[in-house]
Design a protein around this ligand. Structure first.
Ligand code: MEV
Length: 343
């Protein structure tokens, strides 16, 4: 049996704007997705988070992969991914699982069936990069199963292909962070994205942060990215540019451990994301309460619910404030190791 794990991720800053070419700072977070694979007659895929099991043939997987790729091209031309999203979501994301398996089996020349068991403590659709950590762990696990010694860049490129069929036009920041791990500066660029580790520049502990889970988002990442894309261009671009400038300032604030500035930037980002329409009343309420006690809070990832990242020098006070609103804060271990083969 081959076992691979990859972490989830948290956006310290830059989500949504990163889709339009602005930089983002993203940390690998200490919650992981583990994929175990072994040879089997057909493909049997189960994910303990959902308690479901999909059994299918190689032919069906290849068909779904081809269909997903065809739909992606059509939708890309139309600049509207609704058709791809409804295909992928069909049968509780069963089509995604089959398409992902088909794509990987074809890529790595796998002729046999496989039993694929997924365990994860990254909640699905929470803004913690559940799909990316899965895509990275699946890509590496299939490559290992096929006896291919895939480099980290190879794993990342493969995971991005899976991310495209579930999210349409993701930036690639999430999968890059789940793959390489640590603290990542990410920017979309041609011919190659800029992916730099910030570990040397930001080498102090980042321990005043906690996570709060608000509620499951009604829309997935691709749909929320689409919602922002549908905004009037000038309105959107003004906020996107503002977030981009804050990311640059955040890098020096973090490097200099200027947490007063870190807090101001986190709060300003949240306000811009709310103007982009991806916040919800629960997030706004937590943001306002944490801000009132002199802290900072922002949504993470696509928004619409899910996880928030909160900061206060007095972590105890922060936790009490969050509990006072009826939520349970989670510890945030930031900058953990990326994808790895488990013994
Ligand atoms: C989602 O975790 C982050 C977004 O910026 C989308 C992306 O970067 O692909 C909303």
């Amino acid at each position: 049996m081959t076992k691979v794990s990859a972490p989830g991720k948290v956006h310290l800053i830059g989500e949504h704007a990163v889709v339009y070419g602005e930089p983002a700072i993203i940390a690998a977070v200490g919650r992981r997705t583990t994929v175990a694979v072994e040879k089997s007659g057909s493909f049997i895929y189960s994910d303990s988070r959902f308690g479901n099991r999909n059994e299918f043939s190689r032919e069906e997987a290849l068909e779904k992969a081809a269909e997903a790729q065809r739909l992606w091209k059509d939708c890309f031309e139309k600049k509207n991914f609704s058709e791809l999203f409804s295909f992928i979501k069909n049968d509780g994301y069963g089509n995604y699982r089959k398409a992902a398996v088909g794509l990987l089996a074809k890529k790595f020349g796998i002729d046999s069936g496989m039993k694929i068991d997924v365990h994860s403590d990254v909640p699905a659709g929470s803004g913690l990069g559940s799909s990316s950590s899965l895509a990275v762990a699946l890509s590496k696990a299939f490559a290992e199963f096929a006896g291919k010694n895939l480099t980290l860049d190879g794993v990342n490129e493969t995971a991005f292909e899976l991310e495209q069929i579930i999210h349409g036009t993701p930036s690639g920041g999430d999968n890059s962070t789940c793959c390489y791990g640590g603290l990542v500066w990410f920017q979309r660029s041609q011919p190659k994205n800029i992916i730099t580790s910030l570990k040397d520049e930001i080498n102090h502990e980042m321990d005043g942060f906690v996570l709060v889970y608000t509620k499951p988002p009604e829309k997935n990442t691709g749909e929320l990215v689409q919602l922002v894309r549908n905004l009037e261009e000038e309105y959107r671009n003004r906020r996107v540019k503002a977030i981009g400038s804050m990311v640059v300032e955040m890098k020096s604030a973090l490097a200099g451990a200027d947490f007063g500035k870190v807090k101001r930037l986190m709060n300003m980002t949240q306000e811009n994301l709310a103007e982009l329409g991806v916040s919800i009343p629960e997030i706004d309420e937590i943001h306002a309460a944490v801000k009132r006690i002199g802290g900072a809070a922002k949504l993470c990832g696509a928004g619409g619910g899910g996880i928030m990242l909160c900061y206060h020098e007095d972590k105890q006070k922060l936790k009490e404030t969050i509990r006072g609103l009826g939520y349970e804060p989670w510890e945030a271990e930031l900058g953990v190791e990326g994808v790895r083969v488990e013994k």
